[in-house]
Write a protein that binds this ligand. Structure first.
Ligand code: URA
Length: 221
């Protein structure tokens, strides 16, 4: 996929650090309808794993942080169950603004179009180049589209992948688990998600000659 730089910030010098990029994103106009503030990625530069979601939701937009609403709480639970320390990893979104439509007082999430995802891609790929994770995890189809340029069903793409120069892994978005109705179905889907996160942890722990990410392994018996 060719990356087109957001024409609105293309005149600015290319960001050399994550802080430069964050400033650029924060100052830019949203490229989706409804978008207000940019919700930036969160976590340390050099984090072993970067998780990429779709876009901030209502709570993320209000609090200015990624994955802090219901899907974020489920992600936190699964990370804890997989013994991955959220403070040690990087969490971001393919689209940096909350796309929504108003319905009375409610702000209803709208899925970004492929064109909108593409417009945000330059920022995302620059962000990953600057964070330099060992593994990039795509949470759901929008993240896969952003990272590969292809609309792939998660059932087919699930598992190890490559995203441009980055070693990758594809799994479901936690909001998919929240939408499931039956208790059995929910339990099975959560177990499969957890198995993915445990696999992700092993993939970054097994780097030949790499150092063990102590923070990730914290709590392991
Ligand atoms: N869903 C996402 O994809 N990202 C968030 O930050 C929150 C919900």
């Amino acid at each position: 996929m060719t990356d087109e730089r957001n024409p609105r910030d293309a005149a600015a010098p290319e960001p050399q650090t994550l802080a430069d990029l964050d400033r650029l994103i924060a100052a830019a106009e949203p490229m989706v309808p409804g978008g207000t503030r940019a919700v930036l990625g969160e976590g340390p530069v050099g984090a072993p794993i970067a998780f990429v979601g779709e876009q901030p939701g209502d709570q993320e937009d209000l609090q200015g942080r990624p994955f802090v609403g219901p899907a974020g709480k489920l992600l936190d639970r699964a990370l804890a169950d997989a013994h991955i320390d959220r403070a040690a990893i990087y969490v971001t979104n393919a689209v940096k603004h909350f796309k929504f439509a108003r319905s009375g007082k409610r702000r209803i999430h709208q899925k970004p179009t492929a064109g909108e995802v593409k417009r945000y891609r330059w920022w995302l790929m620059k962000e990953l180049d600057l964070v330099r994770p060992r593994l990039v995890v795509a949470l759901g189809a929008t993240a896969v589209l952003a990272l590969t340029g292809k609309a792939l069903p998660i059932a087919r793409a699930r598992g190890e992948a490559r995203f441009d120069g980055h070693r990758g892994y594809v799994t479901v978005h936690p909001s998919y688990l929240l939408r499931l109705k039956g208790e059995d179905e929910k339990r099975r889907a959560y177990a499969a998600f957890l198995a993915d996160l445990k696999r992700v942890r092993t993939l970054v722990e097994d780097v030949p000659g790499g150092t063990n990410p102590v923070a990730l392994a914290r709590g392991l018996g």
